[in-house]
Design a binder for this molecule. Structure first.
Ligand code: DX5
Ligand code: ZN
Length: 226
């Protein structure tokens, strides 16, 4: 199993002081930075594009940037995010016409690629592209907003994804595929989420909603380690 990673979602950061807030949450012990991209088309909200990603790199943020695309179509902006310094680029399979091609393009651009599944979207396509996927992201809320509550059906789905990934990695030693969960992750439910198989934990409101980022991240790590 991969070492657990805490991924604060900058959707809930202080957007007027984004560089400082991201540096602060990394200093507080975060592993990777979750970057929510919304287009008011695939989801009913609007956030930030590649220019902000590039600005964070220029500011000196060197941690992995985990770019979650909630946009349609996918390919042009994915390429722009690769140029702008993204590390992971994940997208929703229903937002592109050619899932396999989009994954290949992201990897060819030098990034790690991943698929995101909404709460009621089956994992069906995953089996056909396992060799091109570095991250599987399960949504435990409907995408578009921070601060929603965790949908419990994500737990059995995590176990299902865990089994698929473990079987694939066993047959293909050396491959690393992260299993990420996004939405409603808090200190008081992260233990059961980890037990269901997640190894990468997005948390927006839970981390940025409490001034003491280090305390929240430490409490989350302690829960995961139980
Ligand atoms: C929702 C986003 C999430 C969101 C999580 O569309 O993908 O990353 O910011 O926020 P919390 O942790 O507040 O549920
Ligand atoms: Zn997200």
């Amino acid at each position: 199993k991969l070492a657990p990673q805490i991924a604060p979602s900058i959707l809930s950061a202080d957007l007027a002081r984004l560089g400082d807030d991201v540096a602060k949450v990394l200093a507080a012990g975060a592993d990777i930075v979750h970057f929510d991209v919304m287009d008011n088309h695939y989801v009913p909200n609007l956030t930030f594009g590649p220019a902000i990603c590039e600005a964070l790199r220029k500011y000196g943020i060197s941690a992995p940037l985990d770019v979650h695309l909630m946009i349609e179509p996918v390919d042009e902006l994915a390429a722009a995010f690769a140029k702008a310094g993204a590390s992971y680029i994940t997208f929703h399979p229903e937002a592109t016409r050619h899932i396999d091609r989009s994954l290949q393009a992201i990897r060819a651009a030098g990034c790690k690629a991943g698929l995101v599944f909404n709460p009621a979207t089956p994992l069906d396509c995953l089996q056909y592209v396992m060799d091109k996927v570095d991250m599987v992201l399960l949504m435990s809320v409907n995408p578009g907003f921070g601060g929603q509550s965790f949908i419990p059906a994500a737990l059995p789905k995590l176990r299902q994804a865990r089994a698929l990934i473990d079987a694939y990695v066993k047959a293909n030693p050396g491959r690393e595929i992260r299993l990420e969960i996004d939405g409603g992750v808090k200190t008081d439910n992260i233990a059961e989420i980890a037990a269901a198989g997640a190894d990468t934990f997005v948390a927006g409101s839970a981390i940025f909603g409490n001034k003491d980022y280090a305390a929240t991240i430490a409490a989350m790590r302690e829960q995961i380690a139980l």
